[in-house]
Design a protein around this ligand. Structure first.
Ligand SMILES: [Zn+2]
Ligand SMILES: [Zn+2]
Length: 204
């Protein structure tokens, strides 16, 4: 803690009314900033203040944000509730996005690459919109990445399922190459790129 010689003049100037602590040493924190008490925990002394509203906050109440330490209320204000996404929302988003993406993958295989240029982005936007409705309007980069992954997985699965149904080959045979080539040929890559771009832009 502080050197008594350094603190002494300051104490004198304030009238010397502060209580010494149990050891008789000067109460350093009181002399420096006055006694701050956390707004949520009146018994906890602190040196922190929220850098937006100025409310005293303790270590437990302070929230680290890109612009400094803030109280919980001010930290929340920076992030609208739509961007607070819980684990349940991710599960729900995947459960909704995956079947829709497989269906879209099937349709896009029939439609072909040329028409995918025109409707690929709309299809991705539609998938994102469905997820948005299902999760109550949640947004965020992680959610956007998850739905993008579902679109890719859905498109691959849509290409894979007919191959497996037709040939019933074990996984080793599938990996040997012939299947992979067929899968790549079936995959509507234009749709996948446009849909992922549109879904990401919609959900991030
Ligand atoms: Zn605040
Ligand atoms: Zn507190």
């Amino acid at each position: 803690m502080g050197e008594p010689q350094f603190v002494a003049p300051n104490r004198g100037a304030q009238g010397g009314g502060q209580r010494p602590d149990a050891n008789g040493a000067p109460d350093f924190a009181h002399d420096q900033v006055g006694a701050l008490h956390c707004a949520n925990h009146p018994t906890v002394e602190t040196l922190l203040r929220c850098n937006k509203c100025g409310k005293p906050i303790c270590q437990r109440c302070g929230v680290r944000t890109p612009v400094g330490i803030r109280c919980r209320e001010c930290a929340q204000l920076r992030r609208p509730p739509n961007y607070v996404v819980g684990p349940g929302h991710y599960v729900l988003a995947a459960l909704v996005a995956l079947p829709v993406s497989i269906l879209a993958g099937f349709i896009m295989q029939q439609v072909g690459i040329f028409f995918a240029l025109f409707i690929g982005a709309a299809a991705g936007g539609l998938i994102a919109e469905i997820v948005c409705r299902a999760t109550g309007g949640k947004h965020g980069n992680a959610l956007a990445a998850l739905v993008s992954a579902c679109i890719v997985v859905g498109a691959v699965a849509a290409g894979l399922l007919p191959l497996l149904l037709a040939h019933g080959a074990p996984l080793a045979a599938f990996m040997s190459g012939g299947y992979l080539l067929q899968l790549v040929l079936r995959l509507n890559i234009i749709y996948v790129i446009l849909a992922v771009g549109a879904a990401f832009a919609r959900l991030r």
